[in-house]
Design a protein around this ligand. Structure first.
Ligand code: 9MR
Length: 326
């Protein structure tokens, strides 16, 4: 009786992913320790084998003053992951957003900014040394208009700030795999062409970069197939890079009934997962949250559980794409 009941429970996402050597992750926000929402931690532990802090490891979350760091929130997530047999993605070391004011507004010479970057990377990647499996070392460095994005780092250091960031990260945590991460580059397009050229050049120079993350902030009218997502992931894999989908969410958009939109959303989730599965070096699919109760774009219900923690068609589509029977 007990055995048949256990069999009647569909296997959770992480169990299916583990059978296929895949990591399935979620970004984690504030509700993890909310006693009024025990479902949050339960689902996170049950369904995912990878976690990333939605905000807690960003520069401004860890530090406001040079040299002063508070790791309590980020440490709690790392502890949760250890308790539940989950890997951790670290997000993010060098990004133009969520910076402390003194970094954002300071007038630094090249040498001074390199020292600021090195101190920060050493403090953070050093603190989590051995506990964070993957770091987004540089996030969103390519501009939507082409070229490198104007950031305090580019301004002070010049284009080689990227390679310095990766070298500092390798020194701070030699075991962590080091990623470049960006959005709007999920299919083959001018931005992904530019990122491809950038990472190819970094690899050719011997810069310690191990992987590339595609954020995949999508909507339910998007077609991964038409955008040639699989081909895009494959060309980066062919550079010798590990590939992750890092921030997948799919806004509910478009014509038709609500049911049709939910089905379209489910199809996008499944097709993204299938694109990753088709590329041998694509090893992780991380969602930018998991419940519509907590999302940076909550109004458009972009995640796989609804705001009451009920699985949506997108959840079942992911199960199917992992070979499960919902
Ligand atoms: O989801 C994050 C949101 O809570 C923050 O307010 C925001 C700050 O800019 O960052 C969001 O996460 C971003 C991620 O760190 C990098 N890629 C884009 C994500 C959505 O904006």
């Amino acid at each position: 009786m007990l055995a048949s009941l256990a069999l009647a429970q569909p296997a959770p996402l992480r169990a299916l992913a583990e059978q296929r050597g895949l990591l399935i992750g979620a970004a984690v926000g504030g509700a993890l320790y909310d006693p009024l929402e025990p479902e949050y931690a339960q689902i996170l532990a049950r369904e995912f084998n990878l976690v990333v802090a939605e905000n807690a490891m960003k520069w401004a979350s860890l530090s406001n003053e040079r040299g002063q760091y508070g790791f309590a929130g980020a440490d709690a997530l790392v502890r949760f992951a250890r308790q539940h047999g989950q890997r951790v993605r670290g997000h993010t070391l060098i990004w133009h957003e969520q910076l402390p004011a003194w970094v954002r507004n300071g007038a630094f010479s090249r040498e001074a900014m390199l020292a600021v970057m090195q101190e920060h990377i050493q403090a953070v990647a050093g603190h989590f040394r051995g506990q964070v499996a993957y770091w987004d070392v540089v996030n969103e460095a390519v501009s939507d208009r082409g070229g490198l994005r104007e950031t305090p780092f580019l301004r002070a250091v010049g284009p080689d700030y990227l390679e310095h960031a990766f070298r500092f990260a390798r020194a701070a945590d030699p075991q962590a795999k080091l990623f470049y991460n960006d959005y709007g580059a999920d299919g083959i397009n001018t931005k992904s062409d530019e990122i491809y050229a950038l990472l190819k050049a970094l690899k050719a120079k011997g810069v310690p970069i191990d992987g590339v993350g595609f954020q995949a902030h999508l909507d339910s009218t998007f077609s991964p197939r038409q955008a040639r997502m699989r081909e895009n992931l494959q060309r980066f894999a062919d550079l010798g890079l590990e590939v992750h989908i890092t921030e997948l969410d799919v806004l509910l958009r478009g014509a038709g009934t609500r049911e049709e939109r939910l089905e379209a959303q489910a199809r996008v989730y499944a097709e993204v997962l299938e694109a990753c599965r088709a590329v041998a070096r694509c090893t992780a699919v991380t969602l930018w949250g998991f419940t519509d109760a907590y999302s940076w774009r909550a109004a458009a219900e972009p995640l796989i559980f609804d705001a009451l923690y009920r699985p949506k068609p997108a959840y079942h589509a992911l199960l199917r794409a992992l070979g499960g029977t919902p």
